[in-house]
Design a binder for this molecule. Structure first.
Ligand code: ARG
Length: 455
C-alpha cells in the first residue's frame, strides 16, 4: 500500500504510477532529503514530540541508508513515487514503527521545498568553483597578452586598436557578475521552509530555528503558504545559469570567428577540436559551437519554469514537480560547459602577429588622428571631418594613414607635424589609453594584479 493509501479502495493504475512518479529524476536529491530528515528528526526528539531514542534511531538509520545508497545497495521504486517516500519507505522497512514517526509535523510539500533549496545550494558551490577556475584561466591569458595588439570591433567592423588582454578581461567582468549574482541568489534563497507543513503550518511545537541552524540556513520562512509555493529560487537559479550561458555563448562566437582562416587570431589545440568525416583538412571548433548551442536549452529551462509557475493558485500544486528536470538539465549543461570551455582556453594558441596585422588594417587609428588635431586646437567635429577626408583619400590611393607623407598630411591640415607618426602608431593608440577601463598595458597590469589578489 502507498504511504498515503488509507482512504483509497483501489491501488493506482500502472500508467498513473509511471506518470505521477518523479523518482527517475528526483533520486539525485537523496543526500539532501536525508540531511533534511535527520535535522527534522533530531528536532522532534529534542522537543519531546517523539521519544529521544526514536529520534536517535531514525538519525542513525538514515545515515546507514545514505551509505547504502552511495555504494549502490539501494534500489528505488516507482511505487514509492518520489525520493521522499522512497527513503521513508526504506526507513520504515528497516526500523518499523519508529520510522513511521519521522513524518510528524511535516508534509512532503515543505519537505520538497527544503530538498530543492539544499540541492541547489550544494550545486551552487560547484558553480562558484568552476566560475573561479574560468576566471583564473582568463587572468592568465590576459597577463601574458598585455602587449598583444588586436583590432577592437563595433558592428563587427574594425574600430580601434585594443589588446587581447583588454578584450578577454571583458569576459572576466561578465563572470564576476555571474559570481555576484550567484552569491546574491544564495542570500535570498537561504531561508528554511520546514514547519510550513502542507500549507498551514502545524500544531506541533517545532523548533524551526534549530532546524535552520542545523542545515545552515540564515533564517526561517515567515508565511507557510509561501513557504511551500515559492519556486522563485529555482527560476532565479535558471536565470543565473542562463546569463552564464549568454556569456559563454558570446565568448564561443568570438572563438569560432577568431579560429577561422579569415581571422586566424587563435589556433585551437588538437585536443579541443574535431575533424570532418569527409573533408580531410577540417579542424572544427566544436567545443565553442556546442557551448553556444547549448545556451538554447538552458534558456528553455528558464522559460519552462516561469510558464509552469505563472498560473498556479496557492499553495502546492503537482505542476511544481516539473521544476526538477528543467533546473537539473540547466545545471548539468552549465556544469558540463564550464570546465571543457576552460580547457579549450588554456590550450589555445594566440597568434599575436595575425592580431596585430588585423589591427593595422581598417584605419583603427583614425580616431587618434582626429584627437591629435583636437590637441592642436581644432574642435572635434572639424577634426572628424578632416580625418574622414583623409580616410577617403587613403582608400582611393590604397594607403594607411600612417603611410602618408608629411606634405600629404599638411594638405589636409597645417596643424600636422612630424610628431603625428608617433602619435598614431598602434602602440601609442593603445598605451595612451591609460584611463581606468582602457587597454593601456600599465592600466591592465594594475587591474589584473588587483583581481589576482582578490581571487
Ligand atoms: N514529488 C513531489 C514534487 O516534486 C513532492 C511533493 C509532493 N506533494 C504532494 N502533495 N503530492 O513536487
Amino acid at each position: 500500500m502507498k504511504l498515503w493509501g488509507g482512504r483509497f479502495s483501489k491501488s493506482t493504475d500502472k500508467s498513473v504510477d509511471d506518470f505521477n512518479s518523479s523518482i527517475r529524476f528526483d533520486s539525485r536529491m537523496y543526500a539532501q532529503d536525508i540531511r533534511g530528515s535527520q535535522a527534522h528528526a533530531k528536532m522532534l526528539g529534542k522537543q519531546g514530540i517523539i521519544p529521544k531514542e526514536d529520534a536517535d534511531l531514525i538519525v542513525k538509520t538514515l545515515g546507514e541508508i545514505l551509505a547504502d545508497i552511495e555504494c549502490g545497495k539501494v534500489e528505488f521504486t516507482i511505487d514509492a513515487e518520489d525520493i521522499h517516500m522512497n527513503i521513508e519507505t526504506i526507513l520504515i522497512s528497516r526500523i518499523g514503527d519508529v520510522g513511521k514517526r519521522l513524518h510528524t509535523g511535516r508534509s512532503r510539500n515543505d519537505q520538497v521545498a527544503l530538498d530543492g533549496k539544499l540541492y541547489l545550494r550544494d550545486e551552487a558551490e560547484e558553480l562558484f568553483a568552476m566560475l573561479i577556475d574560468l576566471q583564473k584561466t582568463i587572468l592568465n591569458l590576459a597577463e601574458n597578452n598585455l602587449d598583444t595588439i588586436m583590432p577592437g570591433y563595433t558592428h563587427l567592423q574594425k574600430a580601434q586598436p585594443i589588446t587581447f588582454s583588454h578584450h578577454i578581461m571583458a569576459y572576466f567582468e561578465m563572470f564576476s557578475r555571474d559570481l555576484s549574482r550567484l552569491a546574491d541568489w544564495k542570500k535570498r534563497m537561504n531561508i528554511m521552509p520546514l514547519g510550513s507543513g502542507a500549507l498551514a503550518g502545524t500544531t506541533y511545537p517545532l523548533d524551526r530555528d534549530f532546524v535552520a541552524k542545523e542545515l545552515e540556513f540564515s533564517d526561517i520562512t515567515k508565511n507557510s503558504i509561501d513557504g511551500v509555493s515559492d519556486r522563485d529560487f529555482v527560476c532565479e537559479m535558471a536565470f543565473v545559469l542562463s546569463m552564464i550561458m549568454v556569456h559563454l555563448s558570446r565568448f564561443s562566437e568570438e572563438i569560432i570567428l577568431w579560429s577561422s582562416n579569415e581571422f586566424g587570431f587563435v589556433t585551437l589545440d588538437d585536443a579541443y577540436s574535431t575533424g570532418s568525416s569527409i573533408m580531410p583538412q577540417k579542424k572544427n571548433p566544436d567545443i565553442a559551437e556546442l557551448a553556444r548551442g547549448k545556451s538554447g536549452r538552458v534558456f528553455g529551462s528558464l522559460m519552462g519554469l516561469l510558464t509552469m509557475l505563472k498560473g498556479l493558485p496557492l499553495a502546492y500544486n503537482k505542476d511544481m514537480q516539473e521544476d526538477k528536470e528543467q533546473i537539473f538539465d540547466a545545471l548539468d549543461t552549465v556544469k558540463m560547459c564550464l570546465p571543457v570551455f576552460c580547457g579549450m582556453l588554456k590550450t589555445m594558441t594566440i597568434n599575436k602577429s595575425a592580431m596585430e596585422k588585423g589591427a593595422k588594417g581598417g584605419f583603427t587609428n583614425a580616431t587618434d588622428v582626429a584627437d591629435y588635431l583636437v590637441k592642436k586646437g581644432l574642435p572635434f567635429r572639424d577634426a572628424h571631418a578632416v580625418v574622414g577626408k583623409m580616410v577617403a583619400f587613403c582608400l582611393d590611393t590604397d594607403k594607411f594613414i600612417e603611410e602618408l607623407s608629411m606634405a600629404e598630411f599638411k594638405d589636409f591640415s597645417p596643424l600636422f607635424d612630424e610628431d603625428i607618426y608617433d602619435a598614431i602608431s598602434l602602440e601609442t593608440c593603445v598605451n595612451q589609453r591609460k584611463i581606468i577601463g582602457g587597454p593601456a598595458a600599465e592600466t591592465m597590469k594594475k587591474i589584473i594584479t588587483d583581481y589576482k589578489k582578490s581571487l
